[in-house]
Design a protein around this ligand. Structure first.
Ligand code: ZN
Length: 141
């Protein structure tokens, strides 16, 4: 793929089609001033169709969050116009402080200073549950 336009930044590749926007929102890319491109439904030999996100800035990226959305994603790290690393993403064992527990009776809704933490409980099904109340995490809402 063409990475010529990026000097220092990232190309987040092999995002399953349809999840690009979700990842874009979860990573907070809509709040950045740098140029960010979300390219949807790109033809892919491996996935059929995929989404790609290009970020033209060396920002801090939450790789756990990417793994949470999809462990199939690869992150290409670009420095001075060169591909310096192709980072494979794994399913994180735990996610802290990003997704929020939706259970109104969960201790995290009364104890505001408590970090929202989710543990991977089913690697096959890719299911995360709140460590306090075991409510299933969902990034669809
Ligand atoms: Zn909870």
């Amino acid at each position: 793929m063409n990475i010529d336009s990026i000097r220092n930044g990232f190309v987040i590749d092999h995002i399953p089609a349809g999840l690009g926007m979700r990842l874009y929102q979860l990573l907070g890319l809509d709040t950045l001033d740098c140029s960010v491109a979300l390219i949807r439904n790109v033809g892919s030999k491996k996935l059929g169709k995929k989404d790609i996100i290009k970020i033209d800035a060396a920002i801090a990226i939450n790789f756990d969050l990417i793994g949470y959305v999809s462990p199939d994603v690869t992150v290409n790290i670009i420095r001075d116009g060169q591909l310096v690393e192709k980072k494979a993403i794994a399913l994180p064992k735990e996610i802290t402080g990003v997704i929020r527990c939706k259970n109104p009776r969960c201790i995290t809704s009364t104890e505001q200073e408590l970090a929202h933490r989710f543990k991977l409980t089913d690697p096959e099904q890719h299911i995360y549950r709140c460590i306090y109340c075991e409510t299933k995490a969902s990034y669809d809402e």
